[in-house]
Design a binder for this molecule. Structure first.
Ligand code: ATP
Ligand code: MG
Length: 482
């Protein structure tokens, strides 16, 4: 079996890797086997963005959750019956830890009996083969791929394949999941899976999807890269009714979704990776009135904190817009300082939805003009150091002052900056004579050159003046002679 360790090493962010190492460590201490599973492995293999880390342990994850909490992780939800914990690890890494389990259905479509199991049984009870792959994180087999249902081959063929003839009967929410996965990945349903899917729809199994299960799908939808593709599939399959009848009738806010996606791509280019679940949810449900939205989310099993967050989001965005259009953010540096503290999801929302030109122009300047200047600020520090200023609070203040000057469109060239840095630091230019005698040291070359240039300019000017004076004197002499 191939070794997938290199994928882990290269694809995880430093924060994700730290979270994984911590989970590995805790599992080892507790004597549990631990695996990366589900969407994480699928996304690793296909090269998709790694949004979250799904771990499965052969044991109860609740003790691990307690330990992780001590280290700064936040438990977002915990299902003690299913032994499933949703977490936000330190460094804002989303993830989950589940106990390996098998599900036994006495009859298709009944509630399954749950048995704690090994990883292999756990993988076989999953929905689709491409979701039923694991990577071992155990010391003796770290990086080993476990693929008991041949998911890798289905990924290669671009197919979503259900693992049992009873798959949709047992869990009708898989109808939504199948279309979501296929649309997201550009895959098709494998032929037998398509037959089972059609049969399930004929039998109207979609009407038995619980609102909570549909809600989980909506939650996942709002975190998708291109939710509009999935919504179109759900709409075509008449499954949108399950989310909300009005949404099916009035259609999702495709325009708002597209606007937000365009902004998100822009933010990616500027080096930001904002979480856009809330603004995306608002875009999707854009045509519902505030109250309708809250009621819908509540029916879909959203937690009250989530509902409140979505209710307050537009209000908070309006407050931000007001600040951006007001006096407190009049100068570029004040606007910069204000915007850098705003969570990026609000920046994205305003860029997509606001029509306030003052606010918009500041947000755009922040992304495309001010941030690049901020990122180049270490150069200014190097220049100041080269002038001979020791690092410390005064040094930092000068760098910040230059930053403010740069945001006003000045101090763009090294020459201009050195002049300003000399002024702010009180470091005078070395005497001209010394300049001429001494060849500049290599490390100081840039600053010396600038100083030299200035000295040369002064010298040239003086020569010119002397020449002019000489000419005048000669002319006067000539006149006198006459
Ligand atoms: P996403 O990228 O949207 O998080 P995901 O595949 O990780 O996709 P989750 O809802 O986080 O989706 O589920 C994690 C894993 O749990 C899935 O990959 C799948 O193996 C399994 N799973 C989720 N829902 C079901 C289900 N209804 N039936 C069987 N297995 C499921
Ligand atoms: Mg997941």
């Amino acid at each position: 079996m191939p070794d997938y360790m290199f994928l882990l090493e290269s694809r995880l962010s430093p924060e994700q890797r730290a979270a994984m190492l911590r989970v590995q460590e805790l599992a080892a201490v507790l004597g549990f086997n631990v695996y990366l599973t589900g969407g994480t492995v699928r996304d690793l293999i296909t090269g998709a963005n790694l949004r979250d880390l799904d771990f499965t342990v052969e044991g109860n994850p609740s003790k691990m959750a307690r330990e992780l909490e001590k280290g700064g992780a936040k438990v977002l939800s915990e299902d003690e019956k299913l032994r499933h914990v949703e977490l936000l690890f330190a460094g804002d890494v989303e993830g989950s830890i589940s106990a390996a389990r098998d599900e036994h259905y006495v009859r298709p479509g009944t509630r399954p009996e749950i048995r704690w199991s090994t990883i292999m049984e756990d993988l076989r009870r999953r929905d689709f083969s491409l979701n039923a792959i694991a990577i071992s994180l155990n010391p003796a087999s770290r990086g080993l791929l476990l693929d008991p249902t041949n998911g890798l081959s289905d990924i290669e063929h671009g197919e979503v394949r259900a693992l049992s003839i009873h798959s949709f009967t047992n869990q009708p929410v898989r109808l939504l999941r199948a279309l979501r996965l296929a649309a997201r990945m550009g895959f098709k349903l494998e032929s037998r899976t398509q037959e089972w899917f059609n049969l399930a729809i004929e039998r109207e199994l979609q009407l038995t999807i619980t609102p909570e299960d549909a809600g989980e799908e909506v939650r996942s939808l709002s975190r998708e890269e291109r939710p509009q593709l999935i919504l179109k599939e759900w709409e075509e399959g008449d499954l949108l009714e399950l989310v909300h009848p009005i949404l099916a009738k009035k259609h999702p806010g495709y325009d708002a979704i597209n606007r937000l996606i365009k902004v998100r791509d822009d933010l990616y280019m500027a080096g930001f990776r904002p979480r856009l679940a809330t603004p995306m949810l608002l875009a999707i449900f854009g045509r519902l009135k505030d109250r309708e939205l809250s009621n819908t989310l509540s029916k879909l099993g959203y937690r009250s904190v989530e509902i409140e967050a979505s209710e307050k989001f537009p209000e908070k965005a309006l407050e931000i817009q007001k600040e951006l259009a007001g006096k407190k953010t009049k100068t570029p540096i004040d606007a910069y300082r204000y915007i850098e503290k705003i969570p990026m999801e609000y920046v994205a929302y305003l860029l997509a939805e606001s029509s306030n030109s003052a606010a918009l122009s500041k947000l755009k300047a922040f992304l495309h003009k001010w941030r690049p200047v901020r990122q180049a600020l270490p150069i200014v520090a190097t220049e100041l150091e080269a002038l001979g200023m020791p690092r410390g609070p005064k040094f930092d203040q000068i760098v910040q002052d230059v930053f403010a000057i740069q945001l006003n469109g000045r101090a763009k060239t090294p020459e201009e900056r050195v002049k300003i840095l000399r002024k702010l630091s009180g470091i005078k230019e070395p005497p001209k004579k010394k300049e001429k005698e001494k060849k500049p040291a290599k490390a100081e070359k840039h600053v010396e050159t600038a100083a030299e240039k200035k000295a040369a300019a002064v010298e040239k000017h003086a020569t010119h003046e002397r020449h002019k004076a000489g000419m005048k004197a000669a002319a006067a002499k000539h006149k006198a002679k006459k």
